[in-house]
Design a protein around this ligand. Structure first.
Ligand SMILES: [Zn+2]
Length: 436
């Protein structure tokens, strides 16, 4: 059933994974009140290069609204993603905030186009506003060693009058409020391709998104620490651009199908515009609902997720699948028949995704959850039912048939069923961190 069905095929296309490399680095735990105001700061830049090279160009700094993240979880301990940024107190050199993410640029780097030409993509990160002058550092994984490498540094003076204010101009609507902002995961849903007359349709789609999310464990049992808000911002035209059919629409966020030549890969390259609209609500995680019946979407870790809002097929399941990517970078667990080699998951390198292993660092994943007596690798007994399945290491995942393993026969990240026990536990740990 695979595959074309799922949308994030490209999601990882670019990613060349490693075990991460900061084991030796020690970072003390900064106290929020010592270093930060309860305000969000945003750093916009351009990420440019080609398949082998990347550069960063400063754009602007913006002061947004209330900080929606935790006041305790300031140093992301999960070694996920291809990119990392650090906020350093300039006076003392202390790392006061660190977070990881992936971007559309990372994926573009694996395309044929990136071998032949150079491009730039607008990017942006958010963090709590420092009280004092700070330095922002960007790190990226080295393509072969997978170690983090420092790529760019910029010093910011907090009194600089060039720091932009943020003007809120759109309505924020509560869809589900489970808890307070600081100790909850705050999700913002954004519309694209809905005209002023289609507000009700968008809000109905937001409720469908929320219902879908809470119908899957472990989100079901975490309702009380998840907030979902929608920002209502109409587009000039109804629908979404389909470049492959020469069908272009003028929409708020510029979402389009045929991203990097893949018809169903629906994304936008206007990420700073996405941030502009998201800033109308307190948020940590962005999901875009597009006004189209055409099947498509995508999800990138700590960047944004996106799905078609049209009620076709398994819309709710696709939302949740893509959210698995965008919330915490869960990998796709499905295979593509005949696919045996992948630049995404090179042999001898452990994927950074929590739900895939190549046994390079299995110990750091779910190895200790396998019961004694369960063979590794684990084989599905033909005709067995879910009740009889055990946590193991089942071959196939990350689009590859061989050499890469998942922990359970089926999963939301494989076949749009319930999340497997490995993903459920990984999501729960991530929610613990975000909601601390
Ligand atoms: Zn899973």
């Amino acid at each position: 059933m695979q595959n074309k069905f799922f949308l994030s095929i490209v999601t990882s296309l670019a990613l060349i994974y490693g075990t991460g490399a900061n084991a030796q680095e020690t970072v003390s735990k900064p106290l929020f009140d010592d270093y930060f105001k309860n305000n969000t700061m945003r750093f916009d830049f351009h990420h440019a290069g080609n398949s082998t090279d990347e550069r960063y160009y400063f754009d602007r700094v913006i002061r947004e609204g209330e900080w929606a993240g935790s006041a305790k979880s300031l140093i992301n301990p999960f070694d996920y993603g291809e990119q990392q940024f650090r906020i350093i107190d300039t006076a003392t050199g202390t790392i006061i905030y660190k977070n990881n993410y992936c971007t559309l640029f990372n994926e573009w780097q694996t395309t044929q186009e990136a071998i032949l030409t150079e491009r730039s993509f607008p990017e942006s990160v958010i963090f709590p506003e420092p009280k004092s002058d700070f330095t922002i550092e960007f790190h990226a994984r080295n393509k072969s060693s997978k170690e983090w490498e420092k790529k760019y540094t910029q010093k910011i003076k907090i009194a600089d009058y060039n720091i932009h204010p943020c003007k809120k101009q759109y309505e924020s609507i509560d869809i589900h409020i489970g808890g307070n902002i600081a100790n909850s995961l705050d999700i913002v849903l954004l519309p694209d391709g809905f005209t002023a007359e289609e507000k009700d349709k968008f809000i109905a789609s937001c409720h469908m998104w929320s219902d879908a999310l809470f119908s899957y464990a472990p989100f079901t049992q975490n309702r009380r620490r998840i907030n979902i808000r929608a920002v209502w911002a109409p587009s000039v035209e109804s629908g979404i651009s389909i470049p492959g059919q020469n069908d272009w629409k003028e929409t708020l966020l510029g979402t389009r199908f045929y991203t990097f030549g893949s018809e169903r890969y629906q994304m936008t390259e206007e990420f700073q515009k996405v941030r502009d609209i998201a800033a109308n609500a307190p948020y940590e995680s962005i999901f875009i609902l597009t006004n189209t019946d055409k099947y498509g979407g995508g999800g990138i870790y700590n960047f944004y997720g996106l799905g078609s809002a049209g009620k076709t097929g398994r819309t709710g399941e696709v939302y949740v699948h893509e959210f698995g990517h965008s919330l915490m970078g869960l990998g796709d667990e499905y295979i593509e028949i005949g696919n045996t080699v992948s630049a995404l998951y090179p042999e001898g390198k452990e994927p950074w995704e929590a739900n895939l292993t190549r046994f390079v660092n299995f110990n750091g994943k779910w190895e200790n959850r396998i019961e004694e007596g369960t063979p590794v690798p684990t084989v599905i007994t033909p005709g067995s039912t879910e009740k009889e399945w055990k946590i193991g290491a089942y071959e196939g995942g990350g689009y590859l048939e061989k050499g890469i393993y998942r922990g359970w026969p089926e999963c939301m990240m494989k076949a749009l069923t319930d999340f497997c026990p490995i993903c459920q536990e990984a999501i729960s740990r991530y929610l613990e961190y975000i909601c601390e």
